[in-house]
Design a protein around this ligand. Structure first.
Ligand SMILES: Cc1ncc(COP(=O)(O)O)c(C=O)c1O
Length: 459
């Protein structure tokens, strides 16, 4: 029985998969402040042309540049593991597989798109990148990519994580990036929030506003903005995860998984593991696909599908997505990377079309599951990833109750060995669950009432 399924470097996928080519009803376009679809010109102030083209592309396969593959090959192809010890512990007839993205230098999947984005920016003559980060994983990823490709990087880090996770800030500094707590005094957006709520824990929405403002206000025009999730081109770059996994499952004779699971913040690691299987599902394969989110930030399970801003103060276009409202500041849970009010338009559209079965889980169940995983499989997963582990364990328990030998696949999006504070608080009994009340969601959605509404699905 193989516990690790590895591919050779030569077997790395040479193309990314674009789900936009195959969705039965494509997502509606992002809209500008005038309510009209955004043109490539409007995006040029923040992104290079090649990424704008990918953002709007409906081509099914897009070539991965050779230099990007060379950098990814420092840790890719990542291993697929069979979780034999966890299966035994759960006494389940299910076969549990996990794709291990924690082996990257930054410890998560985020480097897959960071390298690609930094490379396309470099080709376009960009010198400096700005970004936001929640848990710090994305900031680390872009800092790493900047170091590889010779670009300066400035990261606005959500304050609650900046305080809870000082080691991520240090990692960014090791890779040469500048890391600032958000909201900050450096931008108008940050100063406005601080004036109203000086004690705010911050949010990804606020940090995005700061990073976009910092990019577009560079007088030398050599700065661009980079986003770690949500947008179509980010989902695209992450599909290397699922494409490798397909080859690895074939090596052990698994034709298709029965269930595919990923935690979902902005949607990128979930898209990465699942989109190549969504392709098969659209083609008729019987696969359940489950994005897992925190019950304190239940975008897909409790938010409506609307046009909303991607950030707090309106620097981004309006995106068609499930949302809790761009003014929503989620509770300061330890899975900082899942504290985002919206969800990737491609993940949202696939959910709307009934291709996904979203699930919300509370943080105590997630940490209970993460402890079981660490004590059986050994890896201490990131608090974000613990949501995927919790869902995989639920599915494995269900398989035992039903007496079914199904194949469960989940994405281990990152390790948590420098996120131990959440584990510590959980083990001391200091963590509680927080279910977001419907009234709170309704209150935040008021700010969207004048935005254009997405067209209903054709019947
Ligand atoms: C380890 C890890 N997993 C998951 C996420 C959630 O992001 P996404 O939904 O884009 O994969 C993050 C975000 O910071 C993360 O650091």
């Amino acid at each position: 029985m193989r516990t690790q399924i590895r591919l050779n470097e030569a077997d790395m996928p040479r193309q990314w998969y674009n789900l936009a080519a195959d969705l039965p009803v494509p997502p509606q376009p992002p809209l500008g402040p005038d309510g009209k679809p955004v043109s490539p010109d409007m995006l040029r102030a923040i992104f290079p042309d090649a990424l704008i083209e990918q953002e709007m592309s409906t081509r099914r396969w897009i070539d991965i540049p050779r230099e990007v593959l060379e950098i990814l090959a420092k840790w890719r192809p990542s291993p697929l593991h069979r979780a034999l010890s966890l299966e035994k512990y759960l006494n389940t007839p299910a076969k549990i597989y996990y794709k291990n993205e924690s082996v990257s230098p930054g410890g998560s999947h985020k480097l897959n798109t960071a390298v690609a984005q930094a490379w396309y920016n470099k080709q376009a003559g960009v010198k400096h990148l700005t970004t936001e980060t929640g848990a710090g994983q994305w900031g680390c990823a872009l800092a790493f990519a900047g170091a590889q490709l010779g670009l300066d990087v400035t990261v606005f880090m959500v304050r609650v994580s900046f305080d809870q996770k000082p080691y991520r800030k240090m990692m960014m500094q090791v890779w040469g990036a500048d890391c600032i707590a958000s909201p900050s005094e450096r931008t108008r957006a940050g100063r406005e929030v601080l004036a109203k709520t000086p004690d705010t824990p911050g949010s990804l929405g606020i940090a995005i506003s700061e990073a976009v403002e910092a990019a577009i206000s560079d007088p030398t025009k050599s700065t661009r903005y980079s986003l770690g999730s949500v947008l179509n081109h980010v989902m695209l770059h992450q599909t290397i995860i699922g494409l490798e996994t397909k080859k690895q499952l074939a090596l052990v004779g698994v034709d298709k998984p029965d269930v595919v699971i990923g935690c979902a913040g902005g949607g990128s690691n979930f898209a990465g593991i699942s989109f190549p299987f969504v392709h098969d599902k659209i083609g008729g394969a019987d696969i359940r696909i489950i994005p897992v989110e925190p019950s304190s930030c239940p975008t897909l399970t409790k938010g409506p599908f609307l046009y909303d801003l991607g950030d707090f103060s309106g620097m981004t276009p309006l995106l068609p997505m499930y949302t809790l409202g761009h003014t929503f500041v989620p509770a300061p849970i330890h899975a900082g990377g899942l504290r985002y009010h919206g969800m990737a338009p491609l993940v949202s559209q696939a959910t709307r079309l009934g291709l996904m079965e979203p699930l919300a889980v509370g943080q105590t169940e997630c940490f209970t599951s993460a402890l079981a995983f660490a004590r059986t499989e050994g890896i201490i997963v990131a608090p974000e990833t613990s949501h995927a582990v919790a869902a995989a364990i639920r599915e494995a328990n269900r398989a035992r109750e039903e007496g079914k030998e199904k194949v469960i696949l989940f994405n281990l999006s990152g390790h948590g060995i420098i996120d131990l504070k959440g584990y510590d608080m959980f083990m001391k009994g200091e963590l509680t669950d927080y279910e977001l009340p419907v009234e709170e969601i309704e209150k935040n959605l008021k700010s969207l009432k004048d935005f254009p509404k997405p067209a209903p699905l054709p019947v």
